[in-house]
Design a protein. Structure first.
Length: 634
């Protein structure tokens, strides 16, 4: 035990593997016979510090629970193991009781509070858990503490973010603020309320440990050598995947090596996408060696509908023997594994396996689809709310001068028809709005509410349910995430709108607010300082209609002249000139004014356009520009 130790996950030398195996078995026997043998527990944690294990988690926890040593005398590594195993495989409330007070000479404060946050999350004390987490982050003192808090970041942070987190230039006292901004950016990207993603990552880590450990029984602590051969194909008898001579075998076998010594490839994808919605295994003995996991995630196109991620896994083969190793977890594959009929029912593209024609062509098509899904699953991540049916709402967001965001929505009644009794005119909608900065991580405003309506009878299923809401927000340029769903959470969607400006009218600089385009008869109107502002909830106009423009200008000087120029450009950025140009002069009578103009859309025809608005000062010395999209239909 005096010799240097190879880190867990690094193949030890033959000599070390020999003595490690004997030493670990002896230490476990000693610990099981002597409840005062703290030295043996400390040596076992030195060899395999938690979250690595030196025995199956339930067994390790049982042995450590028997230690008749006061908790405040437990060495740091042993205390961390007891608390971690209680959260993973035992009683999280017992971990809370163990961790709720400082450990003199044992756990460092940052690590103690990180574990205590995990225990609080495990028993549903989310607010307390979050506060504890950030208190622990504020107590970070060295790289060891930072590594503990880096665990939740490992699989979801971007490369630049991880490098910044690991940088020695990031002083310990700045790490709590850094983490706050990171998790706020994740919540904004997910369209979730602040604190949601932090809670979710702790939940995902616990699930990955419970179900998808790479080392299931302490084999690595014994000096066991992880299998390095390719995972078994497992397709014989199910479907033939002919090997294309121009394709190297690793493309078919995916990777040969594990990426993490604690959780396997399934667990790593759980950290990215959460718990799988379905697990498909093979029949018989193969069920233990191979499976496919299905994640139903929010569609990337933002319509709220589900999108499938199907990834297959199998156990790696023991070197030379060529049979799966059941001591270790599973590796991701590029070929379908598990019950192929079940896979076919989940993803219709796999049904082509049983179709007519050339087997090689069909197999290579499925291979391409599966490889693409695995690759996509391993480079994407998030926690946006998923819905079984898209809401297809039209969502707009406008910055309100001096603080606030105006959200305007039009929800197709047909999307809500299945969410309430067809004979009832009452309907409801859950609404969540998050306003923040995706770069700095600042979240400036949120709304989380339920709206109720009583509609006219009979309900016009072909129409829209239109409404607006105002979210308080600070001065700045923000991203707005809007999630709307029926009460059951079955039909819904999330929309992200970038670059929403909220200007300060007290600024002396010439500034334009956010342009608002409306139409007469649009069914919705808003007031700004007593002035009516027409809205168009559907954000589309017929060629026979007039579009009404309302925009606030500030930084004006009373009595001076200004020029306002409106240009309508095709949305195709290759256009060299605007389709329509309107110029007008105005004389300021106040430092802040609401400017309103009408646009005759019959002059441009149907299409998608960019409205470019320019306000120029005297002699064109100062110009401010805003843009907005305009959809014109026949």
């Amino acid at each position: 035990m005096a010799a240097p130790l190879s880190p867990i996950g690094i193949v030890p030398s033959r000599e070390e593997a020999r003595w490690r195996s004997s030493a670990v078995r002896a230490l476990v026997r000693l610990l099981s016979r002597d409840t005062l043998d703290l030295w043996s527990a400390e040596q076992l944690e030195r060899i395999a510090p938690y979250p690595s294990i030196w025995a199956e988690p339930a067994v390790e926890l049982k042995l450590l629970r028997k230690l008749r040593v006061p908790s405040n005398n437990l060495p740091r590594a042993v205390a961390a193991a007891v608390a971690g195993l209680e959260i993973e495989a035992g009683d999280p409330l017992a971990a809370v009781k163990l961790l709720e007070r400082p450990f003199p000479g044992a756990l460092g404060e940052a690590q103690r509070l990180h574990l205590l946050a995990a225990a609080h999350f495990a028993i549903g004390r989310d607010s307390l858990a979050s506060a504890t987490y950030y208190a622990g982050a504020a107590a970070i003192r060295d790289s060891a503490d930072a590594n503990v808090f880096g665990r939740e970041l490992q699989e979801i942070a971007e490369g630049a973010e991880l490098r910044e987190w690991r940088s020695t230039a990031l002083v310990p006292t700045a790490r709590a603020a850094w983490l706050g901004k990171f998790w706020a950016r994740e919540d904004l990207a997910d369209g979730r309320l602040p604190g949601t993603r932090l809670r979710e990552q702790f939940s995902r880590w616990r699930l990955a440990l419970q179900q998808y450990r790479w080392d299931t029984d302490g084999t690595l602590a014994l000096g066991g050598i992880p299998p390095r051969g390719a995972a078994q194909d497992g397709s014989e008898g199910d479907v033939l995947f002919p090997r294309d001579e121009g394709t190297a075998p690793p493309v078919y076998d995916a990777r040969y090596f594990e990426r993490n010594s604690v959780i396997d490839d399934r667990g790593l994808l759980v950290l990215r996408h959460g718990a799988p919605t379905n697990t498909i295994t093979s029949a018989g003995v193969a069920a233990l060696a191979q499976e496919s996991l299905v994640w139903s995630v929010a569609s990337a196109n933002g319509d709220g509908g589900p999108e499938l991620r199907i990834v297959s896994f199998s156990r790696a083969a023991v070197r030379k023997i060529g049979v799966p190793s059941f001591h270790f977890g599973m590796l991701a594959r590029n070929v379908p594994m598990g019950d192929l009929m079940s896979l076919c029912q989940v993803d219709a593209r796999l049904c082509a396996l049983a179709g007519p024609g050339d087997a090689r062509v069909r197999a290579n098509l499925i291979l391409q689809n599966f490889t693409a899904m695995r690759t996509n699953a391993e480079v994407t991540q998030g926690n946006p709310q998923r819905f079984n049916h898209p809401l297809r709402a039209v969502v707009q967001a406008f910055g309100i001068p001096d603080g606030g965001v105006l959200v305007v929505m039009a929800v197709p009644l047909a999307s809500l028809a299945a969410a309430h009794d067809a004979g009832s005119a009452a309907t409801s909608l859950k609404l969540r709005v998050i306003v923040g900065d995706p770069l700095s991580g600042e979240i400036t405003g949120t709304v989380d509410t339920i709206r109720h309506w009583r509609l006219a009878q009979p309900v016009p299923v072909a129409g829209f349910l239109s409404f607006l809401t105002i979210v308080p927000a600070g001065i700045g340029t923000w991203q707005v995430a809007v999630t709307a769903a029926d009460i059951a959470g079955e039909t819904g969607g999330t929309t992200w709108i970038s670059n929403v400006p909220v200007i300060a009218t007290a600024n002396d600089a010439l500034t334009l607010g956010d342009p608002i385009l409306g139409r007469v008869g649009g069914g919705l109107e808003w007031q700004w300082q007593g002035q009516p502002v027409l809205l168009n909830p559907t954000n589309a106009w017929h060629t026979t209609e007039l579009a009404t423009l309302s925009v606030v200008a500030s930084g004006l000087r009373a009595g001076e002249d200004y020029g306002l120029r409106l240009e309508l450009w095709p949305s195709d950025t290759t256009a060299k000139s605007p389709r329509l140009t309107i110029t007008s002069d105005l004389r300021a009578n106040a430092s802040t004014m609401m400017l309103q103009r009408s646009l005759d859309l019959s002059r441009i025809g149907a299409g998608d356009y960019r409205l470019v608005l320019r306000l120029s000062g005297k002699n064109g010395a100062t110009t401010t520009i805003r843009e907005r999209r305009v959809a014109v239909r026949k």
